[in-house]
Design a protein around this ligand. Structure first.
Ligand code: DSN
Length: 491
């Protein structure tokens, strides 16, 4: 299938300045080559590998050359701890310009009263949000009751009391096997060590979020914070309902929209499905469906904005000013009408991918999708997620294994494969292409057999029928060539 020139590559910025970007990259690689040629070679190889693979990792994308080029600048050399106009270092006037512009684009794009663009990643953004909520809801009232303005004014004993109180709060988030994220209070992550955590899951029959069960858990557990948001749930969330639940129990609603920020920015999720007006604090990464540089961001309602603004020094060190500059460029791109066309196409393509599986009798968690994620239950092929992930990689299809609700194979082997459409949509893939992708995946999985193991079958080893990998590689290459990554960009 060939790409539709109007709605596909037109939505992936870069083609219009490909010649200039090619010259810039050639010059940059020549300079790098003169210092450490192996890094120049690895950089060239990374582009070649990305161009040649069918990337279906739901959290990845391809940033535009403008975004990528912005990161390679002297802003990398500047310390700028503090906030716009209030830095701990002199000479930050240009960083102030960059951070102000990135925050302004973010506020305008998402309709948020306040935006903080310093977080280096999604986990940093979530930590800033958690501590801004703790500072506002726990620390500030204690200081006010003591008639004090600053934690440094507390006695050693009162400080110890406050530290204990800060470390004794409750958080309710989505369970990992229902699609939640490790940073939402799970023990291997610092959030699990900070909070008493309880999870809400999904309806065992439908796989959909059960709002009555969430409300019941909130009433019983009485959390300080309810986190909504996911990294592997293939459905939309009603954030107005989540806010009602939070209000009923006096909790702060924090939404982590890292996965679907592009669908919010592109106005696919509006009204009750747009988290920004409903959440007290919204966090995101900037590099997934939003298609910006690798980084994080926090949006906040006014009651939390002062505390979020203290993300540095509360949680963060010196901001990555070169990345903040790239965030400004990416957010400017996302404010263009072409981004809305892109976001709609991401959702339409996920639907086409899901339909492609369903018509070939493959089982999907929740029976489909209405966002950018498709969660394939590979037990219908007699495989674990780990076997399916490896067999697909053998055939040149890059995915990741993922738990399904109440996963019989646990969090390591898993029973699912998570697929996402943002990256291939940026390349120009359309609905017919995604139907073909479903066909290729089903071809690989139908031709994969678990290996025998003592007392049954292995959860890791498998055999792929002869000729399958070659057949699928050839078919993928046709799709990839018809939808080139960075068309016109030559090194
Ligand atoms: N690594 C991201 C993902 O794949 O969803 C989230 O941390």
């Amino acid at each position: 299938m060939t790409a539709d020139p109007v709605t596909s590559n037109a939505a992936a910025p870069g083609a219009e300045y490909a010649e200039t970007a090619s010259a810039a990259y050639r010059a940059a690689l020549q300079v790098i080559e003169s210092v450490e040629p192996r890094i120049a070679a690895a950089t060239r190889k990374e582009l070649a590998d990305q161009r040649d693979s069918l990337k279906l990792i739901a959290s990845e994308n391809y940033a535009s050359p403008a975004v990528l080029l912005t990161m390679g600048s002297w802003f990398s050399d500047k310390y700028a701890e503090g906030t716009i106009g209030h830095r701990f270092y002199a000479g930050c006037q240009n960083v102030d310009t960059v951070e102000s512009l990135a925050a302004e684009h973010a506020r305008e794009l998402f309709g948020a009263p306040y935006a903080y663009v310093q977080p280096h990643s999604g986990i940093d953004a979530n930590l800033v949000a958690f501590w801004a909520i703790l500072a506002t809801r726990v620390e500030a009232p204690e200081l006010a009751a003591a008639g004090l303005k600053h934690v440094n004014d507390l006695s050693e004993a009162d400080w110890e009391k406050l530290r204990n109180k800060l470390g004794n709060q409750r958080l309710l988030g989505m369970s990992l096997d229902a699609g939640g994220h490790l940073t939402h209070g799970f023990r291997p992550n610092i959030s699990g060590k900070m909070f008493h955590q309880r999870s809400y899951g999904t309806d065992p029959n439908t796989g959909f979020l059960d709002y009555d069960a969430v409300a019941e858990a909130a009433r019983e557990f009485k959390p300080l914070i309810i986190v909504a948001g996911y990294s592997a749930y293939p459905r939309r969330v009603n954030f107005a309902t989540m806010r009602e639940i939070a209000d009923e129990v006096g909790a702060t609603l924090m939404v982590d929209m890292a996965h679907f920020a592009g669908l919010v920015a592109g106005k696919v999720f509006t009204g009750d499905e747009d988290p920004v007006p409903h959440a007290h604090v919204t966090t995101t990464t900037t590099h997934k469906s939003l298609r910006g540089p690798r980084g994080g961001m926090v949006l906040a309602q006014p009651e939390y904005s002062d505390a979020v603004d203290k993300g540095c020094p509360m949680v963060l060190g010196g901001p990555l000013s070169h990345v903040m500059a790239a965030k400004a460029v990416a957010l400017a791109e996302a404010r263009q009408p072409a981004f809305q066309a892109y976001a709609q196409r991401v959702a339409d393509n996920a639907q086409a991918l899901a339909d492609g599986f369903l018509k070939r009798d493959a089982a999907l968690v929740t029976g489909g999708t209405d966002n950018h994620i498709v969660l394939l239950d590979v037990t219908s092929f007699g495989l674990t997620g780990r076997q399916a992930e490896s067999a697909l990689l053998d055939a040149g299809i890059v995915t990741n294994r993922n738990s399904v609700p109440a996963d019989p194979n646990g969090a390591w082997y898993t029973s699912g494969i998570r697929l996402g459409t943002p990256a291939l949509t940026t390349r120009g893939f359309g609905a017919d292409d995604f139907d073909r992708v479903a066909e290729l995946i089903v071809d690989v999985l139908s031709n994969t057999q678990p290996s025998a193991a003592a007392g049954g079958v292995s959860k890791a080893k498998y055999t792929l029928a002869d000729g399958t990998a070659e057949r699928v590689h050839t078919a993928s290459a046709e799709l990839l060539e018809a939808n080139p990554l960075y068309p016109g960009l030559t090194l």
